[in-house]
Design a protein around this ligand. Structure first.
Ligand code: FE2
Length: 288
């Protein structure tokens, strides 16, 4: 696990935010030998202070950056859903970028996600691409298939007489994240779990004493060629924060490498990822 103290937070934030801009646009057939079609399922324990005992052991499956587009086919999205379903989720978190540039992918993307299985619900937030394409249309499509979209809002999950709150923010890079509003109404002792597309949210999340953030956006770099900066680190060097655990103050955050591709139809040395978290009633921090 890394901490924000290990590198400049500002440098990290610049690094992550730089990825939202297309660096160039090239269309070509993906050479099979360098396309990583594998999805790595990674497993983590997340210790949460004051987690109600009923939720101890809850399994959360996290999908991010699906990017249904000409680079990520419907069948590819459906394979993601099938693999997610094999994890037997209690909860599914979706942290945005369901589509990339075109509205025409919104409905099929939602139809594929309709089949996601989670015993206690599927919850999502929007990413920068969704916001740019049409955030309201993406929201409507997801809600139509039963997904709870948390737009600076919270939802309560009840189980065995106890409750867990899940909060979500709109996209940081558009200035639309309102953490205070997202957390509004939570009991003071409840664990604060935040879904956010952009890991830049960590500064605000720390300020609002969020316990755990599930984030994406960076694609983990997506393309990592030996001796070169990763695709999303071309302008900024701090790759420590492109993926995995980060902590700051009380806040622990996991940045998924995500599932899809943007800018180029490739992932190189950076496999797609489905993180699976097991929630634990514990004052301990994240364990692997
Ligand atoms: Fe993305």
């Amino acid at each position: 696990m890394q901490t924000l103290n290990t590198v400049s937070r500002r440098a990290f934030l610049k690094s992550a935010s730089s990825f939202s801009l297309p660096l160039f646009s090239i269309e070509f057939q993906t050479p099979r030998f360098i396309t990583n079609r594998e999805i790595e399922v990674t497993r983590h324990s997340v210790g949460l202070r004051n987690l109600p005992p009923a939720f101890d052991g809850f399994r959360v499956v996290h999908l991010s950056d699906i990017h249904h587009s000409k680079y990520v086919s419907f069948n590819a999205v459906y394979r993601m859903v099938a693999l997610a379903n094999r994890q037997r989720a209690d909860l599914v978190f979706l942290t945005g970028d369901y589509v990339t540039w075109s509205k025409k992918y919104i409905t099929p993307m939602a139809e594929a996600l309709r089949d996601l299985k989670a015993r206690h619900g599927v919850f999502g937030v929007l990413g920068n691409h969704d916001t740019r394409v049409d955030g309201d249309a993406v929201t409507r499509a997801l809600r139509k298939v039963g997904i709870q979209v948390l737009r600076n809002a919270s939802a309560r999950v009840d189980y065995r007489g106890q409750s867990l709150w899940l909060s979500g923010v709109d996209e940081y890079s558009y200035g639309q994240s309102d953490v205070a509003k997202a957390l509004h109404g939570l009991p003071s002792t409840a664990p604060r779990i935040l879904l956010a597309h952009n890991p830049e949210i960590i500064a605000l999340a720390t300020e609002y004493q969020v316990d755990f953030v599930a984030a994406g956006h960076t694609h983990g770099g997506q393309v990592k060629l030996p001796g070169l900066k990763s695709l999303n680190s071309i302008t900024q060097p701090n790759q420590e924060f492109l993926e995995g655990f980060v902590s700051a103050g009380r806040t622990q955050m996991y940045i998924s490498r995500g599932l899809g591709k943007v800018v180029v139809p490739l992932r190189i040395k950076c496999p797609a990822e489905i993180p699976v978290y097991t929630l634990r009633s514990s004052s301990a921090r994240i364990g692997l």
